[in-house]
Design a protein around this ligand. Structure first.
Ligand code: GLY
Ligand code: MN
Length: 434
């Protein structure tokens, strides 16, 4: 279902709704919770041995409760009154010379879904005042904050209690379910990313090196207003595509079959994540086409299986079943398909999980993965169990021909009997399709 993201994004980021949902979670764990939520944005930092700033990336928990991407900012959300107060950097005349005037409290109040905006030099006095007030009515008034994300100069001394355990968990849990505004942010990021992918596809025949296509992708995103990428883009030609997180993006394209592009921009801190693979010279080899068609079937059937309550582990297994069927039809796998599934031989060709939640992070919070699962099917599955309504999840199956991964399977009798090494020989050059 397409959403009219431009109209939705004319409104404000729903920071107060997020605060309410986070408090609801905290109260489900601590029914008499009272006091404040306290979060800090990311602070500006200089590069090591340099007077230049590090690239800035806003702290996600802070953004979730404010929609504010200014560095060196703070927020207090009062649990009882539901009042949100944002603290932004004051005007520093020295800094204005270099950086221009910062956002004023009036501008911030207009822009963000908060009740009050103050300058950050009022933070400690405000905390002391709220702390005294709260302590006078409750001996249990608590500052809920995130361990390791509270500046040394900040004081909670006037509050009877602090809790550094629950807030991160609460925000991580709450972020899984997206509201309409968040969906619009992701849709906007996706639209820009999709256009950049199309530009790369159109240009691939005229390019000679992976880096030219990375440059084109970045140009298209920046031109559309998306200055940040959600993750390091992958522009992998030929066998390089068998490296799942290949980021060298510096090899020639000549004589190679497919280009795999896995890249996505951010929009207002929200990620997109799109992968496509296509022939570099415009025409599939029969082998590349056959693998592409299997992966396409894995993707479309898995997407069709998605609904509230579906178990993600089962959808991931469905992708493996389709891979086994397709690779058996090509003769790469041989023998009983149920036995191949039980032996987990398809992991040699499809070693990663089907996808992950997407949102403020590319690999978004939630999902309860178990990276120690002894079953190789599920070791890299980032989401386990039932999918709730309102979550956003990527569906990105793949088939790869990576010698480092597959060759041990050819030497292991448990798996070797299911793989036809002679047929496989024709497919190494396909590299990978996701
Ligand atoms: N698309 C990159 C990743 O999910 O890791
Ligand atoms: Mn992904």
């Amino acid at each position: 279902m397409a959403i009219d993201y431009e109209t939705i994004l004319r409104g404000k980021y729903p920071a107060k709704l997020h605060a309410q949902r986070v408090v609801q979670y905290i109260r489900s764990k601590v029914p008499d919770a009272n006091g404040i939520l306290y979060l800090e944005g990311r602070h500006t930092k200089l590069l090591e041995d340099s007077d230049m700033p590090e690239p800035f990336r806003q702290r996600r928990p802070f953004f979730y409760l404010t929609g504010c991407s200014l560095p060196d900012s703070y927020v207090i959300h009062d649990i009882e009154t539901e009042k949100t107060t944002l603290f932004i950097p004051p005007i520093d005349p020295d800094d204005v010379i270099w950086s221009g005037l910062p956002m004023s409290v009036e501008e911030a109040k207009e822009k963000y879904d908060v009740d009050e905006v103050k300058y950050s030099n009022e933070l400690n006095a405000t905390l002391a005042c709220i702390g005294n007030e709260k302590a006078s009515v409750s001996s249990n008034a608590t500052v809920f904050a995130i361990a390791g994300q509270v500046s040394e100069k900040v004081s909670f001394l006037n509050f009877p209690n602090t809790n550094f355990d629950l807030l991160k968990e609460a925000i991580g849990y709450t972020r899984v379910i997206k509201d309409e505004y968040e969906l619009a942010l992701i849709a906007k990021a996706n639209a820009i990313t999709a256009a950049a992918h199309h530009a790369v596809m159109k240009q691939v025949k005229n390019a000679t090196n992976e880096r030219e296509l990375e440059a084109l992708f970045l140009k298209e995103c920046i031109k559309a207003g998306a200055k940040k990428q959600a993750y390091d883009g992958i522009f992998a030609a030929g066998t390089a595509a068998a490296t799942l997180h290949y980021v060298k993006n510096d090899e020639p394209l000549g004589g190679k079959q497919l280009l795999l592009v896995d890249a996505g921009c951010e929009w207002e801190c929200y990620a997109s994540d799109i992968t496509r693979a296509f022939p570099i010279n415009g025409k599939f080899t029969p082998e590349a086409r056959a693998i592409y068609d299997i992966v396409l079937r894995m993707q479309t059937e898995c997407i069709a299986a998605l609904k509230e309550g579906v178990v993600w582990d089962d959808v991931h297994v469905l992708a493996h079943k389709i891979a086994i069927e397709g690779l058996s039809e090509l003769g790469i796998l041989k023998g009983d398909k149920d036995e191949i599934l039980a032996a987990r031989t398809s992991v040699a060709f499809y070693p990663h999980g089907l996808g992950h939640y997407l949102g403020l992070d590319t690999h978004d919070t939630g999902g309860n993965p178990n990276y120690n699962d002894p079953d190789p099917f599920f070791r890299y599955l980032r989401v386990r169990g039932k999918l709730p309504a309102g979550a956003v999840i990527t569906v990105e199956p793949g088939i790869y021909f990576c010698r480092f991964i597959i060759e041990p399977y050819l030497k292991d009798e448990k798996h070797a009997k299911f793989i036809d090494a002679e047929v496989l020989e024709r497919y190494w050059a396909v590299g990978g399709v996701r």
